[in-house]
Design a protein around this ligand. Structure first.
Ligand code: NAD
Ligand code: ZN
Length: 356
């Protein structure tokens, strides 16, 4: 089987044959992604940002409650309900209405403080308010710090269809403080770790740090996570700057998501997104094992296995044909074949289409 595209994360697209797509040139994408990123401990920079003039805060109830002491000052804000079911056009409308009530204008900077749900929803409100206002992303979950908070994909769900309305709208600034992770529930840790493992398998620099520390990941040591978050963000920022609008290279970030999304749907979203992604990576390694370097395959399996240790595999509960049907309905597919991201070796990734 010939791959649709082969990517070497050191050298970009070394052999791209994406059908009907074009990878943006580095300079054009970089113009759209003029984001300054800060990863540090403490809340100093966060509070400074919030105390600037003409800002508007969007936060969810949980984060607002956890950080009520830090946020105990006057600031125009919208506190949204927490959770995926509130990532809707209705919430975007409510945010914009609140901004108008607070006399916000085109120069207002929207600040999204929260996990991926707040970031995606508030980012889309920023892209829409008066045809686009600047925004600052302050991600507070591990998943949003290593993934959704960086990269400028914003959007909301339409009914039960994920991310069906949205915009590529890069934040001006991303401020990451790993101190926010101190209040993160256990389930959200595992969700973030799923995306950390995905990034490690794609990027040698993250691999170096994460594989070596794989047995320490569940200890949630803030110093280790600050290094991991920094490395993951560097990788995502590099990919985003080369291919902001997902013309090609950015697709590699979907590793584990072909099976992961199918499992989410078939299993009814019982587990966290990142846990489904981790199970997804494990099954995609199996499905595509003939394409993977024999010395790398067991190490990749070992890394994913170490974070899923003791958990039961959602895939094993369902008929394989039913899971395959969900995979075929994935929006990445172009025809009847299923698109997979295959880590053929450390730092080398292929995008392939397969009949399953
Ligand atoms: P989330 O935003 O729902 O947060 C998870 C839970 O943790 C929520 O209940 C939230 O209130 C709570 N929370 C957040 N920060 C906290 C903190 N510091 N302490 C205590 N509780 C806290 O979920 P998520 O996993 O951060 O994000 C998932 C969303 O991200 C999905 O909608 C997904 O589609 C999206 N996403 C977007 C991208 C992108 O590129 N835009 C990439 C991946 C995922
Ligand atoms: Zn994901």
């Amino acid at each position: 089987m010939r791959p649709t595209a082969v990517y070497n994360v050191f050298g970009g697209n070394i052999f791209g044959r994406m059908k009907n797509t074009k990878t943006k040139t580095k300079s054009k994408a970089a113009n759209e992604v003029n984001t300054r990123i800060f990863v540090e401990s403490g809340f100093g920079r966060v509070i400074n940002e919030l105390k600037k003039s003409n800002v508007f805060l969007v936060v969810d109830h949980n984060v607002y409650k956890c950080y009520s002491n830090e946020l105990n000052f006057d600031i125009p804000k919208f506190v949204m309900k927490a959770g995926e079911s509130n990532k809707t056009l209705q919430t975007v409308g409510d945010i914009i209405t609140a901004m108008l009530e607070h006399k916000c204008n085109r120069k207002t900077r929207l600040i999204a403080l929260g996990g991926g749900v707040v970031g995606d929803t508030a980012g889309f409100a920023a892209a829409s308010f008066m045809r686009g206002t600047e925004w600052v992303s302050i991600p507070t979950t591990l998943l949003s710090q290593v993934d959704s908070g960086v990269g400028g994909k914003t959007g909301v769900n339409i009914g039960n269809r994920k991310n069906m309305a949205g915009a590529f709208w890069a934040p001006k600034k991303v401020i990451v403080s790993c101190d926010f992770l101190g209040t993160l529930p256990e389930r959200e840790w595992l969700s973030g770790i799923g995306e950390v493992v995905k990034t490690a398998i794609l990027d040698p620099a993250v691999w170096e740090l994460v594989y070596k520390n794989r047995l320490l990941l569940d200890r949630h040591d803030p110093r280790l996570y600050e290094r991991i978050v920094k490395a993951c963000i560097d990788f995502k920022d590099k990919i985003t700057k080369r291919d902001f609008r997902e013309g090609g290279l950015r697709m590699i970030l979907n590793l584990g998501h072909t099976v992961g999304h199918a499992l989410e749907s078939v299993d009814g979203y019982r587990l966290s997104h990142g846990e489904y992604v981790a199970w997804g990576i494990l099954h995609e390694l199996r499905i595509n094992e003939e394409l993977i370097e024999p010395s790398f395959l067991p190490q990749a399996r070992e890394l994913v296995g170490s974070v899923l240790c003791g958990r039961s595999d959602p895939y094993s509960k369902y008929d394989k044909l039913v899971v395959a049907k969900y995979m075929r309905s994935d929006k990445k597919n172009t025809g009847s074949k299923v698109t997979f991201v295959v880590p053929t070796d450390l730092g080398l990734t292929e995008v392939v289409e397969k009949n399953i």
